[in-house]
Design a protein around this ligand. Sequence first.
Ligand code: AMP
Ligand code: MG
Length: 321
Amino acid sequence: MKKTITVLIVISFLLLCSCQKTAKKTFFALDTVVEIKTYGEMPDGAEEYVKELEKVFSKTDTKSELYLQNEKEESTPSKLLYGLIKRSLDISADTKGAFDITSGALTGLWDEAAEKGALPDAESINACKENCGYEKVRTENGSVYKPKDLKFDLGAVAKGYIAELTVKKLQSLGVSSGFASFGGSIAVIGDKPDGSGYKIGVRSPDGDGVIGYTVIRHGIVSTSGDYERYFEYGGKRYHHIIDTATGMPSQSGVRSCTVISDDGTVSDALSTALFVNPSLLDELYGKYDFEAVLITENKTVITTANAEFVITAKDYSPADR
Ligand code: AMP
Ligand code: MG
């Protein structure tokens, strides 16, 4: 059994602004439901723009640029793909592989396991681990060199990046307020017409409610959660975020990690990295520009200094740090 749920929600899009005309567009892309909402008219071309980006970054479309490039040892990708690979390799190194875009062999193995509803054996896990490792890839002058069986998986970073590109596109088409939601990543454009920001709720790992919310006026919010996509086997849950050190779904004690940044690559990549290895929080906070909210299995909430997260769930409390 495979389940996917949205981990972030924009609360009360229409409240306080019922006087202003709003527009909404919903479609399926990048293996998720994409929702774009704007105050004022929805410009033409937003969906087409996302679909163009999907042709570059999709992990499942066998004709995507990423998919075709994964077959090769040497390649010279488009500027867009090269740029995200290069940046992601740097973040993979900075996160000591907690986020690792070269984990495609392992994530593919676990995707297959989820399809079949059965666990992979230790031998297959070890064989796939051998084919992972950001340090095995070299980039130079627009070209990428990698072992043939090493496969990139941009699933932990592409939606944040695309969310950022999409709001930039919407702004260039005249939108001054609204948001674009890609499942685990939401990018907002400016304030609402009444001057208030967007209230973004982080879902409870155990149900439909929210643990709390933050209000943002710009930037991208990305969440990685163990309840986002998973299957059950022998009464246990196996989620989709893999610790490349063990080859297994990560078990760090974090149930969800939300990262807020003006940089969609950073928000998405670090939400995955800190979900896998929360002990990197202070080190990464000193290096990148972001705020974070981590929900732990002990029902505590870890926040960075300026996160401004309001806890509304009665059974959760701020963590002692
Ligand atoms: P996210 O929801 O952003 O944390 O991304 C999860 C997706 O990224 C998974 O469905 C995999 O495709 C891929 N993934 C899983 N584990 C990792 C990891 N440790 N590093 C990079 N990508 C990963
Ligand atoms: Mg991510």
